[in-house]
Design a protein around this ligand. Structure first.
Ligand code: ADP
Length: 843
């Protein structure tokens, strides 16, 4: 190919007929080809050839409409560009085609066609001399005199001007800049024409301009037009670098593979209509007078604003939101108390007290629609159905439901929005929620109000107050909207794990409904009535395919979960469903080994058979799927040494059993406490020790060597295991006393006793809170006897009958009674019950 230093294209070239795009020398264009001739050319020539020569093809623009492409060869354009195929990519999707990346070398004209099939081969004549392109810009050809020299100089300067207007930090622009100086000037018309925004027709004109002079003349106006366009753009748009980059949007084709400058002004044609549409929407949004006035004002400003102003987008977004808000759209309440009761009952097992209160609330609402009553707040451990009751309420009312998670919200603008002067300002969650549901009377569930945070950005609780206050919320003003929105039709329901951390002012507005944890039996019922059917459905299974017997459910509840609610129970059932879904999907391909454990044991005889339906989850299968049990009944094991007692604690996650351990060593009477304790707990420990010391004689308590003072020459260590959880509160008092009494007397505490209660220095037992959750926890743990403060007797009524029947309650008013009930056969000294005749709680 090389002769005398110049590069020559072969005299016979296969021709690629292209519909899209025009290849000019010096540029690289991507072509997608799928016509039979072109496909043959690629497969037989480009993909088979091995020499450089075989990659050179002629590209001829085919101006004929591709729709009417027929088998016979169209009349070819006379001039084309020879190019090197630098990349060939084939694909079968959506139909077989190749994508070619071709770099243009030089013009040629077609002398004669040699063959038409399978691809076009032609005798061609090279028009541009390739050696021209290798001559540096400074020498020879460019230094031409006369009109051509002038033209090329002018063109060069225009190109420099164009570059000056572009952002050099864009790599494509920087590359163009480098190329501009290193390329010979006579190649510029081709290069520039392929780079700036030109139509195919214009490119064709440049291609057809064989004489250099003519080429410059054709391309120059295109370049000047581009510069003018850009100038106009810069004038109207105060160009931020971002805008500039946007203008240089990368398009298909161009000098650099796959890239092209798009320097055109953006289309602004339908903008006028757009605003008219918006205006119509504003007028039709049925908003109150004040809001409408603001919108019309903004609309007026918008009309005057050039689109390129950043404020344009802001105002536009604002108006879009205003139009979308449900100012007067609402759903009609369809409340039928009887139907509501059925629905609540169907959706939820147990929780009778809560359901009763909810029905009362709904009934009152029905009688008096403009009810300004308190906000209901469901308080209870996770997974007890608070959210799901909220959802049911929405359903019974026929209203939309929206959940607003408040956990971790510590900025008041989360609730009330940012002022529009901020960059990236947004409306708050309330307004956003209204936009989402599209009606102004939804049920909003404010989830986890007890997890609201506080920060420098203001107190979100204060903002919530305004939202929830029936006196104020008819004109709630979101900072972003800056006009009042009437929230009085929204039904708010709140949920929390713990009332202690709800800001008091907020708590004041709410009616707290406790949702305690479930008993084992309730959980079994919930599992079989709700969770299992739901999970089966979610996993595409039917009861004919999977059966979980009650025994198994009980096993899951007691050995794989330890919670007040049913959330992890639901997850475990989900895990079983997934495991079974795999088996069902595998169907008859089950192997022998797989069947033997998973499926019922009786299948052993028929090992190669598909799993028998339904797959029954027994204990073996359960262990296989969920792994070894996470919780064992550890109570009796741990109470095998003196100095251990079982207490009951309340946490926001429900009741818990809590071990208290004590040990003594020789020392100087020091007390060590470990296990993340709060101050109140430490005080209880000191109280307990003081009381035991004072009564050591009565109870025959001794130190390690049998001395009368249990603390003499002895160090005591009290430990509350599960150290990750901070424990505080007075309710462990009785447990500490019992634990120490056991240590000092060397006797074992009964292994099936758990207790709770506050103590006084004089040995009284005072009432404590959270009795229901605590007793349920004891019941879960398999405890038989529960010692409670006498004054908590009334709380027993809340317990389910079966739990009450299962447990033996000892209602103690003083520590004497506690110790008596904690040790088998009573505690020494109790026979002389006259020792505390004066003790009876007056509190
Ligand atoms: P919470 O909001 O209290 O944390 P959820 O409402 O998310 O709990 O409940 C968790 C899951 O337990 C849900 O799938 C819910 O349907 C189910 N669930 C909880 N309590 C009951 C119940 N009493 N009857 C039926 N399903 C329940």
């Amino acid at each position: 190919m090389t002769s005398d230093g110049g590069i020559q294209i072969p005299s016979r070239l296969p021709l690629l007929l292209t519909h899209e795009g025009v290849l000019l020398p010096g540029s690289t264009v991507r072509f997608s080809v799928d016509s039979p001739r072109n496909m043959h050319l690629v497969s037989q020539r480009l993909l088979k050839g091995t020499s450089l020569k075989s990659t050179i093809i002629g590209v001829i623009p085919n101006t004929r409409d591709p729709e009417h492409d027929t088998d016979d060869l169209p009349t070819l354009h006379k001039i084309g560009t020879a190019g090197i195929a630098v990349q060939v990519v084939g694909s079968n999707w959506p139909k077989p085609h190749y994508t070619l990346l071709i770099t243009g070398l030089c013009r040629f004209s077609v002398s004669s066609l040699l063959k038409e099939r399978p691809f076009v081969l032609a005798e061609v004549e090279q028009l541009d001399k390739l050696e021209q392109y290798t001559t540096p810009a400074t020498s020879g050809a460019s230094a031409e005199d006369g009109e051509l020299g002038e033209l090329s100089q002018k063109f060069y300067q225009a190109a420099v001007q164009l570059l000056g207007m572009l952002d050099m930090s864009v790599p494509v622009v920087a590359k163009f800049r480098r190329l501009l100086d290193s390329l010979p000037k006579e190649t510029l018309p081709d290069v520039v024409a392929s780079m700036i925004r030109t139509s195919n027709k214009e490119k064709l004109q440049v291609l057809d301009a064989v004489s250099l002079e003519e080429r410059f003349k054709k391309a120059l106006p295109m370049l000047t037009r581009q510069i003018e366009g850009l100038k106009l753009l810069q004038r109207t748009r105060k160009m931020s670098p971002d805008n500039e980059k946007r203008v240089l949007s990368v398009r298909k084709g161009g000098v650099f593979p796959g890239r092209q400058f798009n320097l055109d002004e953006e289309d602004e044609d339908d903008d006028g209509d757009d605003i008219t549409v918006l205006e119509r929407k504003v007028n039709g949004a049925n908003m109150p007078e004040a809001a409408l006035r603001v919108c019309l004002k903004e609309l007026k400003r918008l009309k005057k604003m050039p689109q390129s102003m950043p404020e344009y987008a802001l105002t536009r977004n604002y108006l879009d939101l205003m139009v979308e808000l449900p100012w007067s759209k609402c759903t009609k309440d369809c409340l039928d108390i009887r139907a509501a009761r059925t629905l609540l009952d169907n959706d939820h097992y147990a929780m009778d007290k809560l359901k009763r209160r909810v029905l009362e609330y709904l009934a009152v609402r029905q009688l008096k629609t403009s009810l300004k009553g308190p906000i209901l707040c469901f308080v209870g451990p996770p997974g007890v159905g608070k959210t799901s009751v909220g959802r049911s309420i929405a359903r019974t009312l026929g209203r939309e439901f929206h959940r607003i998670a408040l956990g971790g919200v510590c900025d008041q603008s989360d609730i009330r929005g940012h002022r529009r002067t901020y960059v990236g300002s947004m409306p708050g969650r309330i307004i956003n929620g209204l936009k989402t549901v599209g009606v102004n009377n939804p049920v909003f569930l404010l989830d986890e109000v007890d997890k609201l945070g506080k920060s420098l950005q203001g107190d979100p609780a204060a903002a919530l107050l305004e939202v929830l206050d029936p006196e104020q919320n008819h004109s709630f003003t979101d900072h972003y909207l800056n006009v009042a929105f009437d929230l009085s039709q929204v039904l708010f329901i709140a949920t929390a794990n713990n009332t202690a951390t709800i800001p008091p002012a907020l708590l004041d507005r709410m009616e707290v409904l406790q949702v305690p944890g479930y008993t084992q039996e309730e959980k079994v019922e919930i599992a079989h009535r709700h969770l299992i059917p739901n999970q089966l459905e979610q996993h595409g299974l039917t009861p004919q395919q999977l059966h979980i017997p009650q025994d198994t459910t009980q096993d899951i509840i007691s050995r794989y979960t330890r919670e007040a609610g049913v959330r992890s129970l639901e997850r475990k059932i989900g895990a079983i469903c997934r495991a079974v879904a795999v088996k069902v999907a595998e169907g008859h391909r089950l192997t022998k080994t797989e069947t033997s454990t998973e499926i019922q044991q009786q299948q052993e005889g028929d090992k190669a058979a598909p799993p028998e339906m339904p797959i029954v989850i027994d204990h073996v299968a359960l262990k296989d799927i969920l792994g070894p049990p996470l919780f064992e009944m550890e109570v009796s094991e741990r109470l095998t040494l003196p100095g251990v007692a079982l207490g009951l604690a309340w946490t926001p996650l429900g009741g818990e059993i809590m071990f208290v351990e004590a040990s003594r060593t020789e020392g100087e009477g020091q007390l060590t406490l470990t296990g993340q304790l709060g101050d109140v707990m430490k005080e209880s420990a000191h109280l307990a020790i003081s009381w035991l010391r004072a009564n050591a004689k009565t109870y025959q308590l001794t130190n390690m060597v049998g001395g009368r003072d249990p603390l003499e020459g002895t160090d005591i260590h009290l430990h509350f295991p599960a150290g990750a959880v901070t424990k505080d509160g007075p309710s462990a008092g009785v447990t500490i006393v019992t634990c120490l009494a056991s240590l000092f007397s060397g006797r074992l505490v009964r292994s099936d006793v758990a207790m709770t209660g506050e103590i006084t220095l004089r040995g009284l037992v005072l009432p404590v809170g959270g009795i229901k959750d605590k007793v349920l926890a004891a019941h879960r743990a398999g405890v038989k006897r529960v010692i409670l403060p006498k004054r908590n007797e009334k709380d027993l009524e809340e317990l389910p009958a079966n739990v009450r029947a299962d447990l033996d309650f000892v209602m103690a008013s003083n520590l004497d009674e506690v110790l008596n009930a904690s040790f088998d056969g009573g505690f020494p000294g109790t026979s002389s019950s006259h020792s505390h005749p004066q003790l009876s709680s007056k509190l």
